[in-house]
Design a protein around this ligand. Structure first.
Ligand code: NAP
Length: 254
């Protein structure tokens, strides 16, 4: 790593959507970005998406390395962070962004769909936060930003597993903020509303219309809208903010 690179930034789920926009927002000559991605059975497509994120970050004057890592696997997450600290000896910013949905009404939801969503969204955030926090505690500096969701606060019919995972992330955020504050580590969450990504592209026109009807600003958000809030929370300007949930939702929940 070049001497002029000062910050090590880790972003989960950086190959597409909001995660890619966060990689780009945090990219710069003073940051070395590591991101992961994971799509079993779709490796070639997702590797191409990760390569594209790397290229876009390079074009923005930064450097990024994308690695296939399942955040729901403790072993893979451990190896991922060992590789990073082996190369840079630091972790300055962690953004827990990787997330999936497996929607269905509660009474019809099978246990696998419940477990899969909790494992990736909530347990993945726990694994990454726990490991990164140890390095941050030693260096007495860190910024952890968790991507939650408005539905983690409001609930949403058809998303019991997802809403529970995001509500869990908010509780984890507030607890970690209290535990890690003495070591100068801030922990905050960003709660996006309805953002145009692959995750929402699968929704029916009827569902989209219903969701947009709940947005006072009258439009869906862009991944860059979420990335701007993450960029702020990772900046020195946010040094006195911890344990907070910033909604980026066009006013969906006021
Ligand atoms: P997306 O376009 O589906 O991208 C998801 C990203 O997560 C991809 O990079 C994906 O990797 C990665 N990923 C999925 N499972 C993973 C795993 N097990 N291990 C590591 N990486 C994994 O989703 P998005 O809309 O950008 O969402 C990003 C975050 O924002 C999620 O936490 C989501 O819950 C949250 N959010 C989104 C919205 C919205 O409206 N879009 C609203 C509220 C909250 P591959 O490319 O390999 O699949």
């Amino acid at each position: 790593m070049a001497d002029n690179i000062k910050r090590t930034v880790v972003i989960t789920g950086g190959s597409r959507g909001i995660g890619r926009a966060i990689c780009l927002a945090l990219a710069g000559p003073d940051a070395r970005i590591y991101f992961n991605y994971f799509s079993p059975g779709n490796e070639a497509v997702e590797k191409a998406a990760a390569d594209e994120t790397e290229k876009l970050v390079a074009a923005a004057g930064g450097s990024a390395a994308g690695i296939s890592v399942n955040v729901a696997s403790k072993e893979e997450v451990t190896a991922f962070f060992e590789k990073i600290t082996g190369e840079t000896d630091r972790i300055d910013v962690l953004v827990n962004n990787a997330g999936i949905t497996k929607d269905g009404l509660l009474v019809r939801m099978n246990e696998k769909d419940w477990d899969d969503v909790i494992s990736v969204n909530l347990k993945g955030t726990f694994y990454c936060t726990k490991i990164a926090a140890k390095t941050m505690m030693k260096q007495r500096y860190g910024r952890i930003i968790n991507i939650a969701s408005v539905v983690g606060v409001t609930g949403n019919a058809g998303q019991a597993n997802y809403a529970a995972s995001k509500a869990g992330i908010i509780g984890l955020t507030k607890t970690a903020a209290k535990e890690l504050a003495p070591r100068n580590i801030t922990v905050n969450a960003v709660a996006p509303g309805f953002i145009e990504t692959d995750m929402t592209a699968v929704l029916s026109d009827k569902t989209r219309e219903a969701m947009l009807g709940q947005v006072p600003l009258g439009r869906a958000g862009k991944p860059e809208d979420v990335a701007a809030a993450v960029l702020f929370l990772a900046s020195e300007g946010a040094c006195y903010i911890t344990g907070q949930v910033i909604h980026v939702s066009g006013g969906m929940y006021i």
